[in-house]
Design a protein around this ligand. Sequence first.
Ligand code: SF4
Length: 475
Amino acid sequence: MTKGAHTVDIRIQGSEVITGRSLGESCGIVALAESVPVGYRLIQSLRIIQHRGQESAGISISTGKSLKNYRGMGLVNEVFSGVKIEKDIGMGIGHIRYSTAGSSTIENAQPLFANIGKYQIAMGHNGEIVNAIQLKRSLESKGYSFATNSDTEVIMKLLSIELSKTDDPILSMKSAFKKLVGAYSLNIMINQRVFVARDPNGIRPLVVGTTEFGYCAASESVVFDQLNGKVIRDVKPGEIVEIKKNEIDSFMYNEGARTAHCMFEYVYFARPDSVLDTRSVFETRMELGRILARESPVEDGDCVVAVPDSARTHAQGYAEESGIPLTEGLIKNRYVDRTFIMPEQTGRENELDIKLNPIKQLIDGKKVILIDDSIIRGNTTRKIVRLLKKYGAKEVHLRIACPPVRYPCYLGIDMKTKDQFIAANRSIKEINTKLGADSLSYISLEGLIEATHQGREKLCLGCLTGKYPVKVANH
Ligand code: SF4
């Protein structure tokens, strides 16, 4: 562990992975202002949304006079186990990260922290700034230097430049954010004040609520459930919210952009017990399953099997609609991380081997309807189809609750290279030849939109259609 004046970098031996990619990240954030010490409550909150990032974790808390920043590589439990946290004042922010790009090193772990004149700033970011490289080059040409390859540092730098000009946190955030293009849900501490902000398209989720002891903001509503609090509302696209112990204050900085919530949060990324932009993720997934069953029935199917755990709810919806029983045909090793979220391909493939095992008694001789939430690379799906057949399945019919992912995500989900996608340049028939199932169907785009209850005009569907809510580079 190394200690600086205001930052504690908790280094866990062997946990650093250098991916050597460019700017950008996607993660989970929380912010608390309460009448009790918040350090351990922030850590608890991060554990609740651990699924949003498993590479690093950090918190920044007020000690009354200054900010103290703790961050480290690994899961929240690993980073904070045995670490003594300041107990003074009830105000702070927390962050968990997985890199959609940018090195997975402690330098890029968040909250990022900076001393700028009379200001101390801590910042956590969920999303990805599309014009980060241009902004960074422009700042470098003016003599500014950067310590990380994270797009969050670009936001920090813009904010600190504005702060030195205006001496007003709200005005500074407003002007800094207007320069950004992309997806960002942010939590920020400027000295003893806590803010959250959401990009003008509302791409990544962000919710504000109360707790037993004050006010809170988080990437997902499930944090309030588990802190004995309740949701007040979603942060509006283009809004800054100041989180205080007794109230929240709202400042709009950019209205009128098209709302574009990420459809993938509903399909896969968020927890099923969260409510995002007033729509239950659980209900959405049930509806996706029901629609899929109506659109792509399997005649004389014997059982519906979910790819655990992420497709459980979709499979429940399919079973309910089709009347075909849902069976626990695949058992997941609970101690293996989610494969999609791991940054290195080799890691992903090794993990798959020990991740899932079928129950032979449930699938032997059966016509299995296998439900998955989505297919990105197809590695997992291909292996599962093979496994089910090896364990005696008579037929395997794949039904997928998200239309084919054919285009990269530039807005905060780790899907960068088109070549990674099994559906990129293939027909459904060609995809299924690779996967080896007896049939393959995806839900329609209209079916997906219907299930989210958001309307086509309020969703980002970029990775499905190639049409993004903001201008993205190289496209
Ligand atoms: S491109 Fe896809 S994954 Fe990325 S924000 Fe849009 S819908 Fe979400």
